[in-house]
Design a protein around this ligand. Structure first.
Ligand code: ADP
Length: 191
């Protein structure tokens, strides 16, 4: 199986690239942000608990997202692999992901980290906020909060994957096609 983590700050283009890569390589795309937004929309108990945190740019608990991931993985074990987008976001999530995968004798093949400057991220996110109506994309302070959470909790995961020898850093500035091509080149090296 080919199991990819698409890593990067909010607005780095993970969602856009994950959709394109999942089509090209036949992978199951798992976005915790999308899964959580679906729970919010369906007004489930989980969704109600997650909404106010998400709107403020704060992370939902590790238990909630890890549970969602475990159930998604267990349903697609006969496929070609997974592309994780927006997960893991904390060290406990990264450790849980390893444990879940190892239950099925699987592991992460590669972690592709998109690097984009903060001003460019803010431009992309505020543009997305106008189109999608996402509350967390419409306010500068919420953006700054998300960046703070990313820098404190998520960015350190780069060392976690670097130590495993599976981290690749890529420039996430440029056209969608150019970035897609550079991501594809790195994946092809693993095939
Ligand atoms: P972005 O990558 O643009 O920040 P996402 O759609 O991935 O946006 O996530 C939106 C919000 O959903 C996050 O700010 C957070 O509140 C919640 N969320 C998504 N994924 C996770 C996760 N793995 N752990 C905790 N919270 C998460």
């Amino acid at each position: 199986m080919l199991n990819i983590i698409l890593f990067g700050p909010p607005g780095a283009g993970k969602g856009t690239q994950a959709i394109k890569l999942s089509e090209k390589y036949g992978l199951v795309h798992i976005s915790t942000g999308d899964l959580l937004r679906a729970e919010v929309k369906a007004e489930t108990e989980l969704g109600k608990a997650a909404k106010s945190l998400m709107d403020k740019g704060i992370l939902v608990s590790d238990e909630i997202v890890t549970g969602m991931i475990d159930s998604k993985i267990s349903k697609s074990l006969s496929g070609k692999g997974f592309i994780f987008d927006g997960f893991p976001r904390t060290l406990p999530q990264a450790e849980s992901l390893d444990n879940i995968l190892s239950k099925y004798s699987l592991a992460i093949t590669i972690t592709l980290a998109l690097e984009v400057e903060e001003e460019e991220l803010y431009k992309r996110i505020s543009l997305r906020g106008k189109i999608s109506g996402r509350v967390d994309d419409q306010d500068r302070n919420t953006f700054l909060k998300r960046m703070q959470v990313y820098n404190a909790e998520t960015s350190p995961l780069k060392s976690f994957y670097k130590n495993k020898g599976i981290l690749v850093l890529l420039n996430g500035a440029g056209s969608i096609e150019d970035i897609f091509n550079s991501l594809s080149r790195e994946i092809d090296k693993k095939l």
